[in-house]
Write a protein that binds this ligand. Structure first.
Ligand SMILES: *Cc1c(COP(=O)(O)O)cnc(C)c1O
Length: 216
């Protein structure tokens, strides 16, 4: 528990800096269940994980703290959709129409109505997936019919190496696209770029290392 006071302090410090619209998703990947427990004690309920196996073990270790708000933020493989739906109420990383269709079908089988954010890629970035602007607009009529998914927003990441001056327009572009589609949630901003994302209207900043320290 040696890291606990530090993380709780960093949580309070971050919360104080965030605009009211931006909620903090504590990204606990690479950190143990005890680090999550320390933040729960400090009042944090929403946590992001990107690997199913790692997240499942942590969720089991934390069963005694009561229900937490788990968000899946990593690349979602087709064969992991069912267990991810069983363990996460929100998925930020639906990045194609076939994946959305599969997720909807399995959610219906499971009797679940997950909250979904569509991952978009508005700049070239070979390391990331996501709908292009055109791809999203083209798929949108079909996406909207995918009950029981509750598609509430867009998620995006800035390419590594993009300067702060270019990140803010990128986030603003994502916010504009969400507005055009009538979507209210914007998952934008990580430890290194959350201030620009928050200024552009982020409603979920996904913060890992700035809260928990660097991943091992
Ligand atoms: C790891 C990760 C984060 C958090 O990254 P930090 O730089 O540690 O804040 C946010 N979003 C996604 C999708 C991630 O994979």
């Amino acid at each position: 528990m040696t890291a606990a006071p530090g993380a709780a302090d960093r949580l309070r410090h971050l919360q104080a800096q965030l605009p009211p619209a931006a909620r903090l998703l504590a990204v606990s990947k690479g950190h143990p269940a005890e680090a999550v427990r320390a933040l729960v004690a400090a009042g944090q309920r929403s946590f992001g994980e990107s690997r199913l196996q790692e997240a499942s073990l942590k969720q089991e270790a934390l069963a005694d703290v009561g229900p937490l708000d788990w968000h899946f933020i990593g690349h979602l493989q087709a064969n992991k959709v069912r267990p991810v739906l069983q363990r996460f109420g929100t998925i930020h990383s639906i990045d194609s129409l076939p994946l959305a269709e599969r997720t909807a079908r399995i959610a219906a089988e499971e009797g679940l109505a997950p909250q979904v954010l569509l991952q978009v890629k508005l700049r070239d970035d070979p390391t990331k997936g996501g709908f292009s602007r055109e791809g999203l607009l083209e798929a949108w009529p079909q996406l909207q019919r995918l009950t029981p998914l509750r598609i509430t927003g867009l998620m995006t990441m800035a390419p590594v190496g993009l300067g702060a001056a270019e990140r803010e327009p990128l986030f603003a572009e994502c916010a504009g696209l969400a507005r055009d589609l009538g979507l209210s949630e914007l998952s934008m901003g990580m430890s290194g770029d959350w201030p620009e994302a928050a200024r552009a209207g982020s409603t979920w900043v996904r913060i890992g290392s700035a809260l928990f320290g660097s991943r091992t």
